[in-house]
Design a protein around this ligand. Structure first.
Ligand code: PXP
Length: 245
């Protein structure tokens, strides 16, 4: 039984900094504290509109992160070039719409096959590990596997948003079934989006789960309990869930 890695998404520390356009809070501080509290990775999303994470953050985090730096970005060729230059430990390709509040759905690997394939090829040729953020759908998993990526991150947003009861159970079952398909296809299984201290347990205990990327709930709790405590509590929830599997 393996415990999934916790990748702490620090985008919203940068959101708070950008609210005043100043220097604090600095996401670099958050990354250091997350690692001290046991995070096995730091995740950032360099959006085309630079609404939170800035190019300077990417450069500094590449220098300072001692675990794994996971850079999320779109398939836009200019951003792909930045990722190749920055050389993070992993890139996760995500869909991006300027008007969205947050990443709303998974990448459409079936519908946008050629554009996704081109971005993946450039990244893989540059020697980078590539993960694709997709909805829990067998067709999307099949398409992802055909591109030869290292990992797939299943979008847990529908599970997180579903009412407790049959609706959430159905969304959870979809994650379990699709998780097994990801592992059977030889890809690493990751998950994220909307995970919090209450709903993380079952997802952490899915067979083969290798990495969870969690941001909003940790940053929200950190305001009240501090960043290290918020990361430690999430880590403890994941450990308990994996141990009870
Ligand atoms: N994984 C991916 C691919 C994401 O785009 C996001 C949101 O930026 C997350 C995980 C983290 O989601 P949340 O902030 O809801 O925990």
């Amino acid at each position: 039984m393996t415990l999934p890695r916790l990748g702490v998404n620090i985008d919203h520390v940068a959101t708070l900094r950008q609210a005043r356009g100043g220097r604090e809070p600095d996401p670099i501080w958050a990354a250091v504290l997350a690692e001290l509290a046991g995070a096995e990775g730091i995740t950032i999303h360099l959006r085309e509109d630079r609404r939170h994470i800035q190019d300077r953050d990417l450069t500094l985090l590449k220098e300072t992160v001692t675990t794994r730096l996971n850079l999320e970005h779109s398939i836009d060729p200019a951003i792909v070039a930045i990722a190749i230059g920055a050389r993070p430990d992993q890139v996760t390709l995500v869909p991006e719409r300027r008007a969205e509040l947050t990443t709303e759905g998974g990448l459409d690997v079936v519908g946008q096959g050629d554009r996704v394939a081109e971005a993946v090829k450039r990244l893989v040729d540059a020697g980078l590990e590539v993960s694709l953020f997709i909805d829990p759908s067998p067709r999307q998993i099949e398409a992802a596997a055909s591109l030869g990526v290292t990992a797939v991150e299943l979008h847990t947003g529908r599970y997180a948003d579903a009412e407790p009861g049959p609706a959430r159970k159905a969304e959870f079952e979809a994650l379990v079934t699709c998780g097994a398909a990801v592992v059977a296809a030889g890809m690493a299984l990751h998950a994220g989006h909307g995970l919090n201290y209450i709903n993380v347990g079952p997802v952490a205990a899915i067979a083969g789960m290798a990495e969870l990327n969690i941001g909003h709930s940790i940053v929200s709790r950190s305001i009240f309990v501090g960043f290290e405590a918020a990361v430690r509590e999430m880590r403890a929830k994941m450990e308990r869930a994996s141990a009870s599997r």
